[in-house]
Design a protein around this ligand. Structure first.
Ligand code: HEC
Length: 137
């Protein structure tokens, strides 16, 4: 009996923790890992035009379609997610354009815009459980 109440208490605790966020779909995690990789390549200046275009495409085709599954937080939460997606994509397109024109300042400005876009969505919707595990709120 004592064992059972310990198990029940554990289950209630787990539910309480889970309500802080929702486990992301595999496609969401995959898209984020791709964005992380592309952001790293852009920072290092590797294949900037192609990788920036790939980032813009990933935002539109892989991340944006998943936003409706966010456990959000009402219209305001969804709006932040959509705006962040749009801002990140605009930053990536600006980087691609600047790279094509060999415009180093333009690339730097675009990367700043990308980082701000990633951050605004992460601040609102990312729950870090550990270095390797994240949820969506
Ligand atoms: C629309 C919101 C949104 C935008 C925009 C966004 N992210 Fe995320 N990101 C999330 C959420 C929510 C999580 C936690 C869930 C997950 O890991 O899938 C996350 C997790 C991550 C992770 C951890 C993935 C893992 O589980 O290993 C990385 C890396 C990441 N994002 C990189 C980026 C980068 C880089 C950008 C910008 C180029 C970006 N994200 C833009 C919402 C966003």
């Amino acid at each position: 009996m004592k064992m059972l109440s310990v198990i029940l208490a554990g289950a209630v605790l787990a539910m309480g923790v889970a309500s802080a966020g929702q486990k992301p779909a595999d496609d969401h995690v995959k898209a984020m890992k791709e964005l992380g990789k592309l952001a790293g390549l852009l920072r290092k200046g590797v294949d900037v035009e192609a990788n920036a275009n790939a980032m813009a495409a990933a935002m539109k085709d892989k991340v944006f379609p998943l936003l409706s599954a966010y456990p959000t937080t009402g219209d305001e939460g969804l709006k932040i997610a959509k705006t962040s997606c749009g801002d990140t994509r605009k930053g990536a397109l600006a980087v691609a354009k600047a790279a094509a024109a060999n415009d180093k300042e333009g690339i730097a400005a675009g990367i700043k815009a990308i980082n701000a876009g990633c951050k605004s969505c992460h601040d609102a919707h990312r729950v870090k459980l550990s270095d390797t595990e994240n949820e969506i709120k």
